[in-house]
Design a protein around this ligand. Structure first.
Ligand code: MG
Length: 315
């Protein structure tokens, strides 16, 4: 029935899926192999992460289009200051000279994650590194929520967008992992391109209403996400019409009505980024399919306390 990777994100009776956001950003460096390995090690095999293309056409796992000052240190161990270089202007070899193992505690961004472990010698991984990891038979239940980060500067540059999607798909296909990933983006036009190039893979539509505040210290999605002001409860229908399999709203944008509509339409509802106890509880009450969190263990704990699980058990 449908795409196996969509079913991996779908909840069930007494089951809500847990997705490790950028691995497990609350406790380990974001978008690092350590974070992904940790999430897998605690039985959270659903991994969310972000992909950007380098100057030499390598899909690299990092969130912003520019090297993020509060998380990237240069070879002198200094956090980047001033104008951050664009990922697309550097080769992967240049990017891996930077260390992403620590957070700048003086920055507004760094202050958001006071429990994150601080490490040295950690590099931004390539998409290929993560594909190699989950290709290990012991991680046969791992599925990827592969976010394609659309560069607002290239919104009208069709060849570069086609190339970006093409390179990502090439890596996934070369490893034979097309059935283990959903293609996830805020940029609905880019998802249309994904569907054109990969009709065999499901699309996951991210949304965020403009009235909600952006997360501090990171690229905003609002530059590329369609503006759904005043249409909150219609969004699931629009996702369905666009050919989506998953709807991934900002957690503050979900209501009992739009979750019910999404489920009626057969969409899988995965909310992000849900980190606080009360918010996690509200999402559980709404019976979303999946909760994307920087603290996957925290979501497990709340589900466990309620006698709920995060795996569908096959009888
Ligand atoms: Mg993301």
């Amino acid at each position: 029935m449908g795409f196996p990777q969509v079913e991996a994100f779908r909840g069930g009776e007494n089951v809500i899926r847990v997705v490790g956001h950028r691995g497990a950003r609350g406790i380990l460096p974001e978008n690092s192999m350590l974070g992904f390995e940790f999430s897998l090690s605690i039985g959270v095999p659903l991994l969310e992460f972000d992909v950007v293309l380098t100057a030499d056409n390598v899909p690299v796992i990092t969130h912003n289009h520019r090297l993020h000052g509060p998380t990237f240190r240069d070879t002198n161990g200094q956090f980047l200051t001033g104008e951050e270089p664009k990922v697309s202007s550097l080769t992967y070899e240049q990017i891996r000279q930077f260390d992403i193992g620590r957070l700048d505690g003086q920055s507004a961004y760094g202050r958001r994650f006071p429990d994150q472990a601080q490490l040295d010698g950690v590099q931004a991984p390539r998409l290929l590194d993560l594909l190699n990891l989950i290709d290990d038979p012991k991680y046969g239940d791992a599925y990827l929520m592969l976010e394609l980060k659309s560069d607002p500067d290239l919104a009208h540059d069709a060849p570069s967008r086609e190339n970006f999607v093409g390179r990502v798909l090439q890596e996934v296909r070369d490893k034979g992992l097309s059935s283990r990933a959903v293609l996830h983006s805020f940029d609905w036009n880019l998802l249309e391109e994904c569907q054109r190039q990969a009709p065999d893979m499901p699309s996951s539509y991210l949304t965020q209403l403009p009235e909600n505040a952006d997360d501090v210290g990171e690229d905003s999605s609002k530059a590329v996400c369609p503006d759904f002001r005043g249409r909150r409860d219609e969004i699931p229908s629009l996702v369905k019409q666009a050919g989506g399999s998953l709807w991934c709203p900002y957690y503050a944008d979900v209501t009992a009505e739009n979750v019910a509509l999404a489920k009626e339409l057969g969409l899988c509802v995965a909310v992000w980024t849900v980190n606080e106890h009360e918010e996690i509880g509200r999402m559980i009450d709404l019976r979303v399919d999946a909760i994307v969190s920087d603290y996957p263990g925290r979501v497990q704990r709340q589900l466990s306390d309620l006698g709920m699980g995060w795996h569908v058990t096959h009888q």
